[in-house]
Design a protein around this ligand. Structure first.
Ligand code: OVV
Length: 402
């Protein structure tokens, strides 16, 4: 399992395994232990350095030339082993190809270009809220997070209405594949062939609704900015990155507010603060917990020397709870200063879908707050055992209106 990196001389070492089910379910104690161990800690189980503190996480993503993405942003090193799927044209690419493609997709996912989606999201959110108030008690992962995201996001991309559960299965594979090839990954990859084929079919231009976000990618082909082959894989990025992340974010938002009613009271009193409150959800319960970079040269960081061509692990979850950066980091506080949180990453690879993710979450939370809806946990909540994403697989909630 361990990569063939030389053992470090004089570097802080830990035998903590971030990818056991128990550690996945309860990451904050070992995050803290690793932050105390040092700025860069050698994980002996995997043969990689990990950055547990905010400062090094930030420095690494800011230096995309030294810490590149074309070697993959999971544990697998694409320079040494074959990727499990064709690499992403955005996430798993470097300049200048990445920059050229990102300019196209970035414009499509920019706030002005998404403005037209808001009214439709509000209609869906309100129809859902009516139903929730009617039902009272619901399992919110299926009946809120998935129901809402699997409706509004694929509609915006412009894919058909049937088979959307494949998006959840594909997301599970894509994000579990960023971790080691453990049982968690293998379990999620069981229907790989079938699900991948379904996804690739949805990405074809003829299957995308004219005017939708997917079709807009293909509209950049005639100018020569991107090729049709690139367009296909760029649309795949929407379907890879845009569903599971947001589903987890919605669940984490509901849980964070359900368990911190004083913070929800602030939202009901002033729905205008939803925008910053959602950023606090991303800091407090970061859906995208970990990713990796690959070194392009020998580099010194946090007092350790890392040779070229080695993976470096970044912990968004730990960086976002680093007391060196955030006061009382374990408190959910929608009024705090959130500057520098890395829930959407930072630098040239910062989340390109962050505006649509915000739109989806803000619309739902705003409508709940505006309608003075309350929700509380009414049964046992179960977290997802997942190599990369943090969130819930079951979240029983009771919705009431006061
Ligand atoms: C951020 C992210 C996660 C997973 C897949 C992709 C991106 C992609 O571009 O395919």
């Amino acid at each position: 399992m361990a990569q063939d990196a030389a053992p470090p001389r004089g570097a802080p070492i830990s035998d903590i395994d971030p990818f056991t089910p128990a550690n996945i379910l309860d990451p904050y104690p070992w995050h803290q232990a690793l932050r105390e161990t040092g700025p860069m800690v050698w994980l002996s189980r995997y043969g990689v350095f990990m950055a547990p503190r905010h400062a090094e996480n930030f420095a690494i993503v800011a230096d995309h030339q030294t810490f590149c993405s074309s070697g993959g942003v999971g544990y697998a090193n694409f320079f040494k082993e074959k990727p499990w799927r064709q690499p992403s044209m955005l996430l798993e690419a470097d300049q200048p190809d990445h920059t050229r493609r990102r300019a196209i997709v970035g414009r499509i996912l920019s706030a002005p270009n998404l403005r037209g989606l808001k009214a439709g999201f509000e209609v869906e959110a309100n129809a859902l809220i009516d139903k929730l108030l009617d039902q009272g008690e619901v399992e919110a992962v299926f009946e809120v997070s998935r129901a809402y995201v699997l409706k509004v996001f694929p509609d915006a991309v412009g894919i058909g209405a049937s088979g959307r559960d494949n998006l959840m299965k594909y997301g599970a594979m894509v994000f579990n594949a960023f971790g080691p090839q453990n049982d968690i990954f293998h379990d999620s990859a069981r229907d790989l062939g079938e699900v991948s084929a379904w996804i690739m079919e949805q990405c074809e231009h003829k299957n995308l609704r004219p005017g939708g976000l997917g079709d807009q990618v293909y509209q950049a082909v005639p100018s020569g900015a991107i090729t049709a082959d690139e367009a296909l894989i760029l649309v795949r990025s929407f379907l890879s990155a845009g569903v599971d992340t947001t589903v987890h974010a919605v669940g984490n938002a509901l849980w964070s507010f359900a368990t911190n009613p004083a913070e929800w009271a602030k939202m009901k009193a002033n729905p205008g603060i939803v925008r910053t409150a959602f950023e606090e959800v991303l800091r407090y319960e970061s859906p995208f917990q970990t990713f990796f970079r690959t070194t392009t040269r020998d580099v010194e960081i946090g007092g350790v020397m890392i040779p070229a061509n080695e993976k470096v692990m970044l912990s968004v979850g730990s960086a976002n709870r680093d007391p060196r950066k955030f006061e009382r980091p374990d408190a959910f506080d929608v009024s705090r200063n959130l500057q520098g949180h890395v829930g959407f990453g930072y630098g040239i690879h910062a989340c390109i879908g962050q505006m649509i993710s915000r739109l989806e979450n803000e619309v739902l939370l705003t409508e709940l707050a505006r309608r003075k809806v309350d929700f509380e946990v009414c049964g046992e909540a179960t977290r997802t055992v997942h190599n990369t994403l943090r969130g819930f697989s079951k979240l029983p909630l009771r919705f009431t209106q006061n």
